[in-house]
Design a binder for this molecule. Structure first.
Ligand code: FES
Length: 571
């Protein structure tokens, strides 16, 4: 039995329902639809292609495949755009616009006549934005992700955006890569459509979407340019048409607290992007759940890292897909997962894992649980006097000898200060020091950019220094690596202890104890607080003002306070 209302969903309010219906059908017919087509259930296809988003340049082809699947299953596909977020094209950072995109997704799904929706995302912030919006819109929804780029080649070497971008740029800064070669590499790093070729934020979020059940099983890692990616889009269209007929499941039936906990497990097992912690916190907030950082640390200590991929290891996403993809990981950590979660297909995780594997897993890329890359999960949360409300460290990407480290702070008060002084030959800094960046959190004028990967001061880089402990309230690209403490909360612009650090202070990082401590006595800190400069001026108008006034701290996912769920989660 169908619950679909099709074009009659949410009629425009003219005070005369029949007139509104007649007018809507008349205008729809102006686009060439027959009355028979307009009587069908409608599947909206929410796309995010843009000339400013290289990762989504194949979306027109994907959209056609989704449409084919919808039509074949007897529903009417209607494509509509939302804003797109191309990671490297947005200033000050795409993070600021994730919530704007989530609002656009939510409102356009709710305001337009559709019985179900397929959302298409891929580049970093677009997957969480689509999921956040879809949850809050409360219509049956399925997702298609872009899929990763293929690798390029340079002088016999494979190149993948964007871990190799950083490696070569580091060489260029240190003087070992000449400028004509860096120009050549610029054209060879990102050679196909799709998302970054390593386990960066986009790849991680695609895996989170699959683990939570919002994309079809096995589809997170299909490369963007494979025919399988198109077949996946067609199959998703078919499923969405069935969802339009039945009115189920809703995203909140699929993304339950158990599904989010499973996603956190997978995040740890694939040593995924630190950004995923923020996005999962925001997604959790949309169902009324808060991620408990102590529980996250317990999970981390018992979840092994199983994949050997850049930025931490060797392989690229295309290797991960060929090796078995998420399926290969899920089967190894199955005892740690909640088997009762149910995907958009209606299948439980237990049922999925009971099916025989189509191909053997390639253990060079996806290790067995008994032979992990690391017996500990890739990420941990830190507490301590410098981050009383939490911080994140990707221990899998850190230099092991720096995980227990005490050093002298070298402080940069802002991104501008960092840019002005980091390469100053007179900067007083040694490899044992701790670089601290203040005022780069969500409420700062910079809006929490991926600036936590502070460059090694040029004079140290030229001496061969590759890593130092670096601390900030900023984020880090999922494609970056190093001993980097991120998302320090409360942030400096909100008056957190990070704002009180001064050059020469001692700071102690202990990954073992999961702490980051500022070794300065309370009286000194109180005196500094009394003399602290006023917080940076906030924006006066527009979206920047909305962002500034309502963004939540990093541990709550940097969502807007008025967008989180008002009802407790189901299940
Ligand atoms: Fe789009 Fe990396 S730039 S995923």
């Amino acid at each position: 039995m169908t619950t679909a209302k099709g074009l009659d969903n949410g009629l425009t309010n003219y005070g005369d329902r029949d007139f509104a219906r007649y007018l809507r059908r008349s205008f729809a017919k102006s686009m060439g639809y027959t009355g028979a087509s307009l009587d069908k259930p409608i599947v909206g296809i929410c796309t995010s292609e843009s000339g400013f988003n290289n990762c989504h340049r194949h979306f027109p082809e994907l959209v056609e495949a989704v449409k084919r699947g919808v039509l074949a299953a007897g529903a009417l596909p209607v494509v509509f755009p939302v804003i797109s977020l191309g990671e490297v094209f947005l200033s000050p950072t795409s993070m600021v616009y994730r919530n704007l995109m989530a609002m656009a997704v939510e409102e356009m799904i709710r305001a337009q006549p559709m019985d179900a929706v397929v959302v298409l995302g891929g580049c970093d912030k677009t997957v969480p934005a689509m999921l956040m919006g879809a949850i809050s819109a409360g219509r049956p929804a399925a997702m298609v992700v872009a899929g990763p780029m293929m690798t390029g080649r340079h002088r016999g070497e494979r190149l993948g955006a964007c871990t190799d971008c950083r490696r070569f740029w580091g060489g260029y800064r240190a003087g070992s890569v000449p400028s004509d070669e860096i120009e050549q590499i610029e054209g060879r790093l990102a050679t196909t459509s799709g998302t970054c070729a390593v386990m960066g934020t986009a790849s991680t979020m695609a895996l989170m979407a699959e683990t939570m059940g919002m994309i079809l099983p096995g589809s997170a890692t299909i490369p963007a340019v494979h025919a399988d990616r198109l077949r996946n889009a067609e199959e998703t269209g078919t499923l969405a048409a069935q969802m339009a007929f039945t009115g189920a499941p809703l995203p909140a039936d699929v993304i339950t607290p158990a599904a989010i906990r499973n996603a956190l497990r997978v995040l740890l097992a694939v040593s995924g992007s630190t950004n995923a912690v923020i996005h999962l916190a925001a997604i959790a907030g949309r169902i009324g759940m808060q991620i408990d950082l102590d529980e996250f640390n317990r999970m981390s200590d018992e979840t092994p890292v199983l994949v050997d991929l850049k930025p931490v290891g060797q392989g690229y996403m295309e290797d991960f897909h060929a090796a078995g993809g998420l399926e290969g990981v899920l089967r190894e950590i199955a005892p740690l997962l909640d088997p009762s979660t149910r995907a958009i297909t209606g299948e439980t995780l237990a049922e999925r894992l009971a099916r025989p594997l189509a191909d053997p897993v390639d253990r060079r890329v996806i290790r067995a649980a008994g032979d992990p890359v690391s017996s500990l999960g890739g990420l941990i949360a830190l507490g301590g006097s410098l981050a009383p409300e939490g911080a994140i460290l990707k221990r899998a990407a850190a230099t092991q000898s720096l995980l227990e480290h005490e050093g002298r702070a070298v402080v940069f008060a802002s991104l501008e200060d960092l840019a002005a002084r980091i390469d100053d030959p007179d900067l007083e800094v040694t490899a044992d020091d701790v670089l601290v960046l203040q005022n780069a959190g969500p409420k700062s004028p910079s809006g929490m950019p991926e600036a936590g990967y502070l460059p090694i001061p040029r004079k140290l880089a030229q001496q061969g220094v590759k890593d130092m402990v670096r601390i900030s309230d900023a984020r880090m690209s999922g494609t970056a690596f190093g001993t980097i403490v991120l998302h320090v909360a409360p942030e400096a612009a909100a008056g957190g202890p990070l704002a009180l650090v001064r050059n020469g202070d001692r700071i102690r990082l202990s990954a073992r104890n999961k702490r980051i401590d500022l070794l300065v006595d309370d009286a000194t800190l109180a005196a500094r607080r009394a003399k602290a400069p006023a917080p940076p001026a906030t924006a006066e108008r527009g979206y920047a003002r909305l962002y500034n006034d309502h963004v939540l701290p990093a541990p709550l996912g940097c969502d807007f306070d008025f967008l989180t769920a008002v009802t407790p989660p189901r299940g």
